[in-house]
Design a protein. Sequence first.
Length: 235
Amino acid sequence: MLGVTLLVTALTARLGFWQLDRAEQKEQAHARVLAQGQLAPLSTQDFLHTIQPSDALERRVALEGEWLAQWTVYLENRSMQGRPGFWVFTPLQLSADRVVLVQRGWVVRDVVQSDKLPAIETPKGRVQVKGRWVAPPSVMVELSHAKQAESDKGFLALRQNIDMKALAQETGLAFVANVVQTGEPSEGLMRDWPAHLSGADKNRAYALQWFALALLCVGLFTWFQIIRKIKHEAH
Protein backbone atom coordinates (compact mmCIF):
# COMPACT_ATOMS: atom_id res chain seq x y z
CA MET A 1 0.00 0.00 0.00
CA LEU A 2 2.86 2.35 0.81
CA GLY A 3 4.42 1.74 -2.59
CA VAL A 4 1.21 2.55 -4.44
CA THR A 5 0.72 5.71 -2.39
CA LEU A 6 4.26 6.90 -3.07
CA LEU A 7 3.89 6.16 -6.78
CA VAL A 8 0.58 8.00 -7.15
CA THR A 9 1.79 10.91 -5.04
CA ALA A 10 5.01 11.25 -7.05
CA LEU A 11 3.11 11.06 -10.34
CA THR A 12 0.49 13.67 -9.45
CA ALA A 13 3.12 16.00 -7.98
CA ARG A 14 5.22 15.62 -11.12
CA LEU A 15 2.22 16.53 -13.26
CA GLY A 16 1.65 19.58 -11.07
CA PHE A 17 5.22 20.80 -11.58
CA TRP A 18 4.89 20.11 -15.31
CA GLN A 19 1.83 22.37 -15.47
CA LEU A 20 3.73 25.09 -13.59
CA ASP A 21 6.53 24.79 -16.13
CA ARG A 22 4.02 25.12 -18.98
CA ALA A 23 2.61 28.23 -17.30
CA GLU A 24 6.08 29.75 -17.11
CA GLN A 25 6.71 28.99 -20.80
CA LYS A 26 3.45 30.67 -21.74
CA GLU A 27 4.28 33.71 -19.63
CA GLN A 28 7.64 34.04 -21.37
CA ALA A 29 6.02 33.69 -24.80
CA HIS A 30 3.43 36.30 -23.85
CA ALA A 31 6.18 38.67 -22.72
CA ARG A 32 7.88 38.27 -26.12
CA VAL A 33 4.60 39.08 -27.86
CA LEU A 34 4.18 42.24 -25.78
CA ALA A 35 7.77 43.24 -26.51
CA GLN A 36 7.24 42.75 -30.25
CA GLY A 37 4.23 45.04 -30.09
CA GLN A 38 6.37 47.85 -28.70
CA LEU A 39 8.73 47.85 -31.68
CA ALA A 40 8.38 50.24 -34.61
CA PRO A 41 5.93 49.06 -37.29
CA LEU A 42 7.31 47.16 -40.26
CA SER A 43 6.87 49.04 -43.52
CA THR A 44 6.25 47.90 -47.07
CA GLN A 45 9.96 48.26 -47.77
CA ASP A 46 10.72 45.85 -44.95
CA PHE A 47 8.52 43.22 -46.57
CA LEU A 48 10.28 43.62 -49.90
CA HIS A 49 13.24 41.91 -48.22
CA THR A 50 13.35 38.50 -46.58
CA ILE A 51 12.07 38.57 -43.00
CA GLN A 52 11.86 35.49 -40.83
CA PRO A 53 8.40 35.10 -39.24
CA SER A 54 10.01 33.85 -36.03
CA ASP A 55 11.66 37.27 -35.66
CA ALA A 56 8.65 39.39 -36.56
CA LEU A 57 5.42 37.68 -35.48
CA GLU A 58 3.16 40.08 -33.57
CA ARG A 59 5.09 43.07 -34.90
CA ARG A 60 2.95 45.98 -35.95
CA VAL A 61 2.87 46.69 -39.67
CA ALA A 62 2.06 49.74 -41.77
CA LEU A 63 1.72 48.59 -45.37
CA GLU A 64 0.78 50.11 -48.68
CA GLY A 65 -0.46 48.09 -51.63
CA GLU A 66 -3.42 47.12 -53.77
CA TRP A 67 -6.23 44.76 -52.84
CA LEU A 68 -6.66 41.67 -55.02
CA ALA A 69 -10.40 41.53 -54.49
CA GLN A 70 -10.94 38.56 -56.82
CA TRP A 71 -9.19 36.31 -54.29
CA THR A 72 -11.21 37.42 -51.25
CA VAL A 73 -12.02 34.54 -48.88
CA TYR A 74 -14.79 34.36 -46.27
CA LEU A 75 -14.12 31.95 -43.41
CA GLU A 76 -17.44 30.77 -42.02
CA ASN A 77 -18.43 29.90 -38.46
CA ARG A 78 -16.33 32.67 -36.91
CA SER A 79 -18.01 34.66 -34.16
CA MET A 80 -17.51 38.10 -32.68
CA GLN A 81 -19.29 39.53 -29.66
CA GLY A 82 -21.35 36.34 -29.50
CA ARG A 83 -22.72 36.65 -33.04
CA PRO A 84 -22.00 34.21 -35.89
CA GLY A 85 -20.33 35.54 -38.99
CA PHE A 86 -17.29 35.46 -41.26
CA TRP A 87 -13.65 36.45 -41.12
CA VAL A 88 -12.82 38.22 -44.37
CA PHE A 89 -9.39 37.77 -45.97
CA THR A 90 -8.08 39.63 -49.01
CA PRO A 91 -4.55 39.46 -50.48
CA LEU A 92 -2.70 42.79 -50.48
CA GLN A 93 -0.14 43.06 -53.26
CA LEU A 94 2.93 44.99 -52.14
CA SER A 95 4.96 44.39 -55.30
CA ALA A 96 5.04 42.05 -58.27
CA ASP A 97 6.41 39.18 -56.15
CA ARG A 98 5.32 40.11 -52.62
CA VAL A 99 1.79 39.56 -51.30
CA VAL A 100 0.44 39.46 -47.75
CA LEU A 101 -2.84 37.84 -46.81
CA VAL A 102 -4.79 40.31 -44.71
CA GLN A 103 -7.47 39.31 -42.22
CA ARG A 104 -9.42 42.48 -42.88
CA GLY A 105 -12.19 42.09 -40.33
CA TRP A 106 -15.40 40.36 -39.38
CA VAL A 107 -18.89 40.64 -40.85
CA VAL A 108 -22.16 39.26 -39.52
CA ARG A 109 -23.85 36.29 -41.19
CA ASP A 110 -27.25 36.51 -42.84
CA VAL A 111 -29.84 35.13 -40.39
CA VAL A 112 -31.88 33.46 -43.14
CA GLN A 113 -29.31 32.32 -45.70
CA SER A 114 -26.21 31.31 -43.78
CA ASP A 115 -24.01 30.82 -46.86
CA LYS A 116 -24.88 34.18 -48.41
CA LEU A 117 -21.79 36.35 -48.78
CA PRO A 118 -22.40 39.74 -47.14
CA ALA A 119 -21.56 42.91 -49.03
CA ILE A 120 -18.30 44.63 -48.07
CA GLU A 121 -16.30 47.43 -49.64
CA THR A 122 -12.91 46.78 -51.21
CA PRO A 123 -11.28 50.06 -52.30
CA LYS A 124 -9.44 50.12 -55.60
CA GLY A 125 -5.99 51.58 -56.10
CA ARG A 126 -3.31 52.05 -53.46
CA VAL A 127 -4.45 51.62 -49.88
CA GLN A 128 -2.75 51.81 -46.49
CA VAL A 129 -3.24 49.00 -44.00
CA LYS A 130 -2.22 48.94 -40.35
CA GLY A 131 -2.19 45.76 -38.34
CA ARG A 132 -0.09 42.97 -36.86
CA TRP A 133 1.91 40.15 -38.41
CA VAL A 134 0.31 36.93 -37.14
CA ALA A 135 0.41 33.19 -37.74
CA PRO A 136 -2.00 31.68 -40.30
CA PRO A 137 -5.57 31.21 -39.04
CA SER A 138 -6.19 28.12 -36.92
CA VAL A 139 -7.82 25.13 -38.57
CA MET A 140 -11.34 24.14 -37.63
CA VAL A 141 -13.08 20.82 -38.24
CA GLU A 142 -13.87 20.59 -41.94
CA LEU A 143 -16.30 18.46 -43.93
CA SER A 144 -14.54 15.78 -45.96
CA HIS A 145 -16.14 16.82 -49.25
CA ALA A 146 -15.00 20.45 -49.06
CA LYS A 147 -11.88 19.95 -51.20
CA GLN A 148 -13.86 18.01 -53.80
CA ALA A 149 -16.42 20.80 -53.99
CA GLU A 150 -13.60 23.28 -54.46
CA SER A 151 -12.16 21.35 -57.39
CA ASP A 152 -15.61 21.06 -58.99
CA LYS A 153 -16.58 24.74 -58.69
CA GLY A 154 -13.23 26.48 -59.08
CA PHE A 155 -12.20 29.19 -56.65
CA LEU A 156 -14.49 29.26 -53.63
CA ALA A 157 -14.86 32.49 -51.72
CA LEU A 158 -16.72 30.79 -48.85
CA ARG A 159 -14.53 28.33 -46.95
CA GLN A 160 -14.15 26.65 -43.60
CA ASN A 161 -10.35 26.91 -43.46
CA ILE A 162 -7.40 28.43 -45.31
CA ASP A 163 -4.48 26.25 -46.35
CA MET A 164 -1.77 28.77 -47.23
CA LYS A 165 0.21 26.47 -49.53
CA ALA A 166 -2.92 25.38 -51.37
CA LEU A 167 -4.15 28.98 -51.66
CA ALA A 168 -0.80 30.07 -53.08
CA GLN A 169 -0.93 27.32 -55.70
CA GLU A 170 -4.55 28.08 -56.50
CA THR A 171 -4.04 31.82 -56.97
CA GLY A 172 -0.44 31.87 -58.15
CA LEU A 173 0.40 34.44 -55.47
CA ALA A 174 3.62 34.54 -53.47
CA PHE A 175 2.43 35.05 -49.89
CA VAL A 176 5.12 36.29 -47.53
CA ALA A 177 3.05 36.90 -44.39
CA ASN A 178 -0.34 36.86 -42.71
CA VAL A 179 -1.55 40.15 -41.28
CA VAL A 180 -4.56 40.95 -39.13
CA GLN A 181 -5.85 44.45 -39.79
CA THR A 182 -6.53 46.60 -36.75
CA GLY A 183 -8.32 49.87 -36.20
CA GLU A 184 -11.84 51.20 -36.25
CA PRO A 185 -14.65 49.49 -38.22
CA SER A 186 -14.65 50.35 -41.91
CA GLU A 187 -15.67 48.96 -45.30
CA GLY A 188 -18.50 47.06 -43.61
CA LEU A 189 -16.09 45.15 -41.34
CA MET A 190 -15.59 45.06 -37.58
CA ARG A 191 -12.16 44.62 -35.99
CA ASP A 192 -12.91 44.00 -32.33
CA TRP A 193 -10.24 41.31 -32.04
CA PRO A 194 -9.72 39.65 -28.62
CA ALA A 195 -6.72 40.76 -26.59
CA HIS A 196 -3.70 38.46 -26.61
CA LEU A 197 -3.60 36.52 -23.31
CA SER A 198 -0.92 34.16 -22.06
CA GLY A 199 -3.30 31.40 -20.94
CA ALA A 200 -0.94 30.61 -18.04
CA ASP A 201 -3.71 30.84 -15.44
CA LYS A 202 -5.34 27.69 -16.83
CA ASN A 203 -2.10 25.74 -16.36
CA ARG A 204 -1.75 27.04 -12.81
CA ALA A 205 -5.28 25.87 -12.08
CA TYR A 206 -4.42 22.40 -13.43
CA ALA A 207 -1.26 22.38 -11.29
CA LEU A 208 -3.31 23.17 -8.20
CA GLN A 209 -5.60 20.24 -8.94
CA TRP A 210 -2.66 17.82 -9.32
CA PHE A 211 -1.05 19.03 -6.09
CA ALA A 212 -4.40 18.64 -4.33
CA LEU A 213 -4.60 15.02 -5.52
CA ALA A 214 -1.07 14.40 -4.25
CA LEU A 215 -2.00 15.76 -0.83
CA LEU A 216 -5.20 13.72 -0.87
CA CYS A 217 -3.23 10.52 -1.46
CA VAL A 218 -0.89 11.32 1.43
CA GLY A 219 -3.84 12.25 3.65
CA LEU A 220 -5.79 9.07 2.90
CA PHE A 221 -2.76 6.88 3.51
CA THR A 222 -2.01 8.68 6.78
CA TRP A 223 -5.59 8.31 8.00
CA PHE A 224 -6.27 4.70 7.03
CA GLN A 225 -2.80 3.19 7.47
CA ILE A 226 -1.45 5.12 10.42
CA ILE A 227 -4.02 7.05 12.46
CA ARG A 228 -6.77 4.41 12.35
CA LYS A 229 -4.31 1.64 13.22
CA ILE A 230 -3.03 3.64 16.16
CA LYS A 231 -6.58 4.22 17.40
CA HIS A 232 -7.45 0.54 16.91
CA GLU A 233 -4.39 -0.60 18.84
CA ALA A 234 -5.17 1.89 21.58
CA HIS A 235 -8.53 0.23 22.13
